[in-house]
Design a protein around this ligand. Structure first.
Ligand code: GFB
Length: 316
C-alpha cells in the first residue's frame, strides 16, 4: 500500500466527536493539507440522499468513518433500537456514498466491544463472530459487525482497498462526560471532580469494580488511523489498543488520584458489569510499526486538564 499523497482530499465523517476531532488533528499533523470534516450538524448521514449529495460534493480520495451513535453500557442497554438503526444507516450510507464518489480508500472503525463476550483474552481479530455477544450492547455490536462486512463486501465486489480497524475503549479531549450516556473513564472523572468540589465523603462506582478494561488515548488511535490509511490493505479488521488492561476498581483509584479525591469509593452492584474482560491482542498492528505513546496516568492528567478547561464552567 503506497503512502497517501499529503495533498489528497480526506473526508472525516464525525469530525465533531471524540474520535473524529482527533483524526482531523492527526491528519493535519501528518502533513495532509486538504482535510474535510463532516459534523452531524452539517449532514445527517442517516439520510441516504443527504449522505450521497454531501460526499459527492466533497469528492474525497479517502474517507475515515468516525461517525457513529456511541455510548457507554447504560446508554447501549437502554436504547438498542437507536444504536442498531442509526449506526446501520450511517455506515451503509457512507460506504455507498464513498463508492459512488470513487473514494479509493475507506477506513471503518469497529470497537473491541463487538467481539464475543467470552472471547479468549487477549482478543485476536479472528475471534469475531465466534460466540455470543455481550447483551448490554449486542445491538451496537451487530451494527458495527455489519459495517465491517460492508467494507469486506466492497473489497470483494469492487476490488477496493478499503479496511477496518478495531479500537479498544477510548478516552481523551472531546469525550462525552454525561453521567448516564458516557463511558466509564469520563464518567468517573466527572464524579470524582464534582465530589471533590462539593466536599462529598464518597463516590459511587457502577458494578462490582472487577471487570477489566483497556484504555487507549484517542490521539494514539488517531495516529494509528493515519498509519493504517498509508500501510494497511487486508480484509481482516485490525486491533488498535495498548494490550494492557486494568480493573474498574484500579481505574477508579487512578482517576481519584488524578482529580485529588481522597474520600470513599463505594460500588453499586445493581448496575451491570458488562463484559468481564476485553483486552486486545495488538501483535498485528505492532508488526506494522505502530505503537501507543500515551500512558494511562499521563492521559488521565491531560484529559482532566481538558475537562477543567472545557467542561467545568468555572465552578469550583
Ligand atoms: O465504559 P462502559 O460504560 O462500557 O463500562 P463498556 C465499563 C465498565 O465500567 C462497566 C463500569 O463494568 C461499568 O459498569 N462503570 C463503573 C461505569 N462506573 C461507571 C460509570 O459511572 N459509568 C459507566 N459508563 N460505566 C462499552 C459498550 O462497553 O464499550 C459500547 O457498551 C462501546 O458499545 C464501548 O463499544 C467501547 O466498556 O462495558
Amino acid at each position: 500500500m503506497g503512502e497517501l499523497d499529503r495533498s489528497a482530499r480526506i473526508l472525516v465523517a464525525g469530525s465533531g466527536g471524540l474520535v473524529g476531532s482527533a483524526v482531523v488533528r492527526a491528519l493535519r499533523g501528518a502533513g495532509f493539507t486538504d482535510v474535510v470534516g463532516a459534523r452531524s450538524a452539517q449532514v445527517d448521514l442517516r439520510d441516504a440522499s443527504a449522505a450521497r449529495e454531501f460526499v459527492a460534493g466533497v469528492d474525497p480520495v479517502a474517507v475515515v468513518d468516525a461517525a457513529a451513535r456511541v455510548g457507554g453500557i447504560a446508554a447501549n442497554a437502554a436504547r438498542p433500537v437507536e444504536f442498531l438503526h442509526d449506526n446501520l444507516r450511517i455506515q451503509a450510507n457512507l460506504l455507498d456514498a464513498a463508492a459512488g464518489a470513487g473514494a479509493g480508500r475507506f477506513l471503518f472503525l469497529g470497537s473491541s466491544c463487538i467481539y464475543p463476550k467470552f472471547a479468549e483474552q487477549p482478543i485476536r481479530e479472528d475471534s469475531l463472530l465466534t460466540g455470543p455477544l455481550e447483551a448490554t450492547n449486542d445491538a451496537y455490536a451487530v451494527a458495527k459487525i455489519a459495517g465491517i462486512m460492508g467494507v469486506q463486501s466492497y473489497r470483494r465486489e469492487y476490488g477496493l482497498p478499503w479496511v477496518s480497524a478495531m479500537p479498544t475503549n477510548l478516552y481523551g479531549p472531546g469525550d462525552n462526560f454525561d453521567l448516564e450516556s458516557s463511558h466509564v473513564l469520563p464518567a468517573l472523572m466527572r464524579k470524582f471532580h464534582e465530589a471533590t468540589v462539593r466536599g462529598d465523603a464518597r463516590v459511587t462506582v457502577w458494578g462490582t469494580g472487577t471487570p477489566r478494561r483497556e484504555f487507549l488515548h484517542v490521539d494514539d488511535l488517531a495516529a494509528a488511523c493515519v498509519h493504517l490509511l498509508d500501510v494497511y490493505d487486508d480484509p481482516s479488521p485490525i486491533n488498535v489498543g495498548t494490550g494492557e488492561d486494568v480493573t474498574i476498581a484500579e481505574l477508579a483509584a487512578l482517576v481519584a488520584r488524578t482529580v485529588g479525591f481522597t474520600g470513599e469509593i463505594v460500588y453499586d452492584t445493581s448496575r451491570p458489569d458488562g463484559t468481564p474482560r476485553k483486552v486486545l491482542d495488538v501483535s498485528r498492528i505492532t508488526a506494522t510499526g505502530w505503537k501507543p505513546r500515551i500512558g494511562l496516568a499521563e492521559g488521565l492528567a491531560s484529559t482532566y486538564r481538558w475537562y477543567l478547561d472545557n467542561y467545568v464552567s468555572g465552578e469550583g
